[in-house]
Design a protein around this ligand. Sequence first.
Ligand SMILES: [Zn+2]
Length: 257
Amino acid sequence: MAGWIGARRRRSETIAEVLWRRVVADLPLCDGLTVDEVARLRDLAGRFLAEKRFFGAHGFDVTDYMRVAVAAQACRLALHLGYEYLRACRTIILYPEGFVAERESLDEDGILHTGYEELDGEAMYGGAVVLAWEEARPWRGGDDGAFVGNVVLHEFAHKMDELTGDHNGLPPLRRGMSVRNWSAAFSSAYEDLCAAVDAGEEPAIDDYAAADPAEFFSVTVETFFLAPDVLKWAYPAVYACLSEFFDEDPARLEEGT
Ligand SMILES: [Zn+2]
């Protein structure tokens, strides 16, 4: 039995060298990684591809480039944190572009309304990660180098958050980390952001983070990896928590460039 489990754990898909190099070159998320880290990322991505299933919505043809590009971005979150943090997602559904999701909401009088919302990505609770390829594809942003977000990081951050049983902005913390410190840092930053948005000010990070604590967590994760200096400047306590959680200090890399 132990042998069978061992064999299962080693399951991995081999990613062709040319394809892997292309994805790494295309992804800003891989900039600054060491040779060892790129090799580890490739191992994680191979495991991800062997274990997760990809589907194209409405007959969309999902290519190997798309699968590897999504796997590499999702696994970038787990590079130092640990692959097990990706376990809440087994299925990825790709749409070619933004998709429409039905939304139900109760108004103040308790009347149920059904509406529609166009989305670039969605992390379905207990289910799939749904992505619009147009947004999930590797992209280096505009000429000004402005931070443009990353829907793959965003949705997989929700799946990590979900591991505690709810989308609430508190993923299972690594051994030795303090839930109290995490909650204090995130609550205070979230309240600060909401106050800025209410006051009509331009917030330091994407104002979508003001939607609720779960969105705040996912947006800060995106910012941590792609504009770490911005997050460190705006919310240093949140940056410190994420740095401890992901076991990385990306702002240090940026300062060094
Ligand atoms: Zn979200």
